[in-house]
Write a protein that binds this ligand. Structure first.
Ligand SMILES: [Cu+2]
Length: 669
């Protein structure tokens, strides 16, 4: 090759790179959905537990402080201010609110209550008990709802107590209950752990969102029908009651408490109801809250008929699409909109098709740092380039986009990665990702309008979550995908005809690549196990004789270490005992000065590998660390303190924790 040729090739590469960089325009969620803050008057502690829109456009807000407020002009028409009136007070932690026929109905910790303003002065005069919940007094016995069905009956959900594990101490805790306005009650389903959000869709079906915990490997949304058992053992305390529609006992559950996947457990115990959609922990939020069907008929954008799911811990909203396969709901979840001010607990539609978000984070730390907030999300009218839906096919998935895509890009198998995995089903808290496998994409069939790509895949696994990741796609106008991933819960593979691929639809190159990839991913874990991890020494080196210093750190609620500052002598032999006595998982990572934020970010970006790596990124700035510790467990690590004096940091790198959960390690000469 002569010099001119070399130069010319280089020139061409540069030009095509520039064209590509120009072509795929970065976009932000804010270009399509904008967050409006509704100012809260000074002195009002609006820790939102419930929201209810009233027919006249006002908004009812119930709070964890036991108050109900009515907000006039919550849309702030023409830039004018909203106006807050206290409707009721003296209630106990009102985590749900509804409005029907001139009355508010609210769920307090111990009671479903009807609130009526009889004299029209804007304040409730009657606080009428509809149904009372038995309580043990445990802090974790939250109560949510009510949500009305078409017949005027109400649904409520009751949390299990937390006693180191979830237990239904008060009667019917861990249950979905149906309560009539006259106060009669029917228990419907159990296995609920922390059902902070639930909804009835337009077909009248009940869905509830579950939070990771014991028996719950990751967040998930489950369709509940009468007699269902959704997985957590706590509520089984009450299945011997004559009204119980379920006969399952804690004893029966022992045979499946093995850590095998939940869909395997469901094959042995038919009462186990599989989630319709798993929300992979830390990848799609950390604490699912409210669910709301998009009934706006397009006023909120291109997702009519889908669902929005709030995440309290990550202060964001995710999206969910459902379909029925072999008679049962299943589907996928996708990122949607982050950046809310506090822990997002409640979602309600406004009359104009915008979305109200009610927030609180006291005791439940969240990415949004405000203690509480009330905001509204508006669609700008511009359609974002998004994965609209992922649907199951007999031999793969069909990915539907909101806008047409360049067909050549759409056809290129290199632009897609499909990975399947699941979680353990067991009495322990949470689960690592297990049985991870890369799927081989055999080919792609592109639709005529450029909006659909049917991925034909080898090795689909029934029961597994399938991560579909998409790179490099752009619209004709050059917009890149706003979010590049979706997670499909494949409880059942649909029947039907499999695709026959033509030569041009087959993905030869990708096939070879996928095979090598599978090899490397299966190899990594063994490698990790074989290498002795010097940053996580859990046995004292024999040469030490004894440590020079023993330090103990515990955890406290609201993302805190029990000790905020530790001091060690430079170069000394240290034993550090980390006791996680909190009700969520944490680690303790000692990092070089001023690197905690960077390490926290890197931990969040570990993706599917996060749990396997204890959320500890591979970085020279990480000095020592514990493993990821389950609630009520502890680990001792041994290390030689840095020889250089200075202010080091210990930080929990569990996603969402790093910005708050920190302490200072002073190394002195
Ligand atoms: Cu933590």
């Amino acid at each position: 090759m002569n010099m001119f040729k070399v130069f010319f090739t280089f020139f061409l590469i540069t030009i095509s790179f520039l064209t590509y960089a120009q072509k795929v325009r970065p976009q932000s969620e804010d270009d399509f959905y904008q967050i409006r803050t509704i100012p809260i008057p000074e002195g009002v502690e609006l820790e939102v537990g419930g929201l209810a829109t009233m027919p006249d456009g006002r908004l009812g807000v119930s709070t964890r402080r036991g108050e109900v407020w009515i907000v006039d002009n919550p849309y702030m028409m023409g830039g004018s201010q909203p106006y807050f009136t206290k409707f009721a007070s003296g209630l106990h932690e009102v985590l749900g609110l509804a409005y029907k026929d001139g009355a508010f109905y609210c769920t307090q910790r111990g009671e479903l209550t009807k609130l009526v303003d009889t004299d029209g002065d804007g304040r409730a005069d009657i606080y009428e008990p509809v149904y009372q919940f038995e309580l043990s007094g445990n802090y974790h016995e939250y109560a949510y709802g009510p949500i009305f069905d078409k017949n005027g009956d109400m649904y409520v959900t009751l949390n299990v107590a937390w006693v180191g594990y979830g237990d239904g101490l008060g009667k019917w805790h861990g249950w979905l209950l149906k309560i009539s306005p006259d106060g009669s009650m029917q228990p419907i389903a159990t296995g609920l752990r922390s059902p902070a959000g639930f909804t009835l869709n337009s077909a009248g079906d009940v869905f509830y969102a579950e939070n990771q915990g014991d028996w719950v490997g990751s967040g998930r949304v489950t369709h509940l029908e009468k007699g269902d058992f959704a997985g957590n053992a706590g509520g089984l305390n009450w299945t011997k009651e004559p009204e119980s529609p379920i006969k399952l006992t804690k004893e029966d559950l022992k045979v499946v408490d093995t850590g095998e996947p939940m869909h395997e457990a469901a094959k042995k115990l038919a009462s186990i109801k599989l989630p319709a959609v798993w929300f992979p922990h830390t990848l799609m939020g950390i604490s699912t809250a409210d669910i709301l069907e998009d009934t706006t008929k397009g006023a909120f954008g291109p997702f009519a008929g889908q669902y929005f799911v709030a995440d309290q811990g990550h202060s964001k909203i995710m999206r969910m699409s459902l379909e029925k396969v072999k008679g049962k709901y299943q589907g996928a979840c996708y990122p949607f909109r982050e950046g809310f001010a506090s822990g997002l607990l409640r979602l309600r539609w406004g009359h104009d098709g915008s979305l109200f978000g009610g927030m609180t984070s006291r005791g439940w730390a969240s990415t949004g740092k405000a203690m509480y907030a009330l905001q509204r999300l508006e669609w700008t009218g511009t359609t974002p380039f998004e994965i609209k839906t992922i649907q199951a096919k007999p031999d793969g998935f069909e990915v539907d986009f909101t806008l047409p895509v360049d067909k050549k890009m759409l056809q290129n198998a290199m632009n897609y990665q499909v990975t399947s995995f699941t979680y353990k089903y067991h009495h322990e808290y949470g689960s690592p990702i297990i049985n991870q496998q890369t799927c081989n994409i055999k080919g792609i069939i592109v639709s005529e309008d450029g909006k659909k790509a049917r991925l034909v895949i080898d090795g689909l696994r029934e029961g597994y979550i399938h991560e579909v990741k998409i790179n490099n796609l752009a619209t004709a106008e050059g917009a890149g995908l706003l979010h590049d991933v979706g997670y499909y819960t494949l409880n059942a593979i649909p029947d039907g005809e499999k695709a026959v691929l033509t030569a041009s639809q087959m993905a030869h190159n990708h096939q070879a690549m996928a095979k090598t990839e599978t090899k490397t991913t299966t190899k990594t874990p063994t490698k990790v196990a074989e290498t002795k991890n010097v940053k996580n020494l859990t046995q004292m080196p024999v040469s030490w004789g004894q440590p020079d210093q023993v330090l103990t750190v515990g955890t406290k609620p609201n993302l805190n270490y029990s000790v905020k500052e530790l001091q060690v002598k430079a170069g000394s032999k240290v034993k550090l005992v980390f006791n996680n006595n909190d009700d969520m998982t944490h680690n303790l990572v000692i990092v070089k000065p001023n690197t905690a934020t960077e390490i926290g970010k890197a931990a969040e970006n570990l993706g599917l590998d996060g749990t396997k790596l204890n959320y500890v990124p591979n970085s020279a700035n990480v000095l020592f660390h514990t493993k990821l510790l389950q609630p009520n467990s502890s680990e001792a690590i041994y290390f030689i303190a840095p020889t250089e004096a200075g202010t080091y940091t210990y930080v929990c790198t569990y996603p969402g924790h790093a910005s708050v959960m920190q302490g200072v390690l002073k190394v002195v000469k």
